[in-house]
Design a binder for this molecule. Structure first.
Ligand code: ADP
Ligand code: MG
Length: 258
């Protein structure tokens, strides 16, 4: 067993590119881990609050969010949106869009998320952190709070130039704030295995970066587009779909590496 059983596995899902399925991965993997009996907390670190939306919470209805925990002295317990069936959520609100500037003025600004989560870590087996599409202080906070980082990469383009920058940021975090951070690997998303192109992209990624490629690749499917609008993950909206089953298989594989 690699990890102390008392410590939840804290997974930062990060890539500064938007639209690579970070938020979808956090919501779907979280739901899949709950199906496997795991206690899961999702953390929305993106000011766009897409994760908060996609689990059925309207950020407009919230008067407190992670923003107020990081900068307003509010306890994380007081903003968690509990769930009977799915994962619990630390929500984001649009206030978070001004957080990076204010965070920078704090002392030890990279550690604020880790410190904020500390009171509830013993209540969860997994904490999944949805990072914003930047390499700024919020993402650095997510990486600094995590035991592992998962990098979703869409298999639609050969241009993965941003990955080098992301790995530089991860290495900085390992050097400066979180020496224990492990790179779990890249998760191929929006994968259309029928095309040679998608397969070529996968091989390029594996060869270029010497990173573990997690399996299974998440298939491209229109069913994913429907889920967030209903406020549920694809595991509920299309439970028998290949997309739902891919996230279930990923969850099972991650549990085995425990
Ligand atoms: P990010 O958080 O990286 O910006 P999202 O998770 O919000 O990315 O996904 C971007 C868009 O792609 C969303 O509209 C989402 O519904 C869609 N999407 C995510 N995964 C898939 C998939 N496997 N197949 C098809 N569409 C997907
Ligand atoms: Mg997102």
């Amino acid at each position: 067993m690699r990890h102390n059983v008392l410590v939840p596995r804290t997974l930062a899902v990060a890539n500064q590119k938007g639209g690579v399925a970070k938020t979808t991965t956090v919501a779907s993997l979280g739901a899949a881990l709950v199906e496997l009996g795991q206690r899961v907390l999702l953390v929305d670190l993106d000011p766009q609050a897409c994760l908060t939306f996609s689990v059925g919470v309207d950020p407009e209805d919230l008067d407190k969010s992670i923003h107020h925990v990081l900068l307003g002295g509010v306890k994380v317990q007081d903003v968690i949106v509990p769930s009977e069936e799915g994962p619990d959520l630390v929500p984001a609100t649009i206030d978070l869009s001004t957080a990076e500037v204010n965070l920078a003025a704090e002392s030890g600004p990279e550690h604020l998320v880790r410190i904020a989560l500390r009171p509830v870590t013993s209540q969860y087996d997994w904490i999944l952190i949805d990072c914003p599409p930047t390499l700024g202080l919020l993402t650095v906070n997510g990486l600094s709070a995590a035991s592992e980082v998962l990098i979703p990469l869409q298999c639609e383009t050969l241009a993965h130039r941003g990955v080098g920058q992301l790995l530089d940021t991860i290495h900085d975090v390992q050097r400066l704030t979180n020496p224990g951070l492990e790179v779990l690997g890249v998760l191929p998303t929006l994968y259309d295995g029928r095309t040679n192109h998608a397969r070529a992209v996968l091989e390029t990624i594996a060869d270029t970066y010497a990173l573990t490629v997690l399996a299974p690749a998440i298939p491209k499917s229109i069913r994913f587009a429907e889920a967030p609008a209903i406020g549920q993950s694809i595991l509920s909206t299309a439970p028998r779909s290949t997309g739902a089953n891919a996230y279930r298989a990923l969850a099972a594989a991650l549990l085995e590496t425990r």
